[in-house]
Design a protein around this ligand. Structure first.
Ligand SMILES: [Zn+2]
Length: 181
């Protein structure tokens, strides 16, 4: 199931600016995109995207139309249904899954709109990719166990937690179950 909301050059109703200079390869093959979406319980939101057809550079980010101030959410994950909970993460948002991973903000961070399942799928593919290049046996085994743990969480067989912090307020967990601080 893919429930990511994103912006692509083929979308209808987006604002698009073609043939812009790319910050990396410096050719004029960069497309700037902006899409407006209305997210229930979050409000009007802009998705920004940049994509270079020459060097494949791409970046996306999220911004709420209404400024919300710094936010911190905490979500207890204990069932398969929790996989459907909507997650909005701007490039300034930090996602912490205790004992598993931290998705950090920064200049190369991507903003995205997804759900809990989408987050765990991302983490899984990162661990899978590092495991393939890992030569150390014990590190490979550790990665394997982590993948097992994530799969159990996704099936609702093991409990987990997701913490989301964003000083810009452009991130959110859309659920009554999430505790907002
Ligand atoms: Zn480029």
């Amino acid at each position: 199931m893919d429930s990511d909301i994103s912006v692509s050059p083929d979308d209808k109703g987006i604002d698009k600016l073609d043939k812009q200079p790319c910050p990396f390869c410096h050719t004029k093959n960069l497309t700037l995109m902006e899409k407006e979406v209305d997210i229930p319980y979050f409000g009007k939101t802009f998705i920004f995207g940049m994509q270079c057809t020459n060097c494949d550079y791409h970046k996306s980010d999220i911004e709420a139309a209404e400024s919300k101030g710094p936010v911190k959410y905490s979500l207890d994950i204990d069932s398969e249904d929790d996989m459907n909970i909507r997650i909005i993460r701007s490039s300034e948002g930090t996602i912490k899954i205790p004992h598993i991973t931290t998705i950090s903000p920064g200049p190369n961070a991507e903003g995205f709109i997804t759900n809990v399942e989408g987050i765990f799928s991302r983490v899984k593919s990162i661990i899978e990719a590092t495991r393939e290049n890992e030569e150390d046996k014990s590190a490979r085994k550790k990665a394997k166990n982590l993948l097992k743990k994530i799969q159990k969480i996704m099936w609702g067989q093991e409990k987990s937690k997701l913490i989301l912090e964003d000083p810009s307020g452009n991130s959110a967990i859309i659920s009554d179950k999430a505790q907002k601080k």
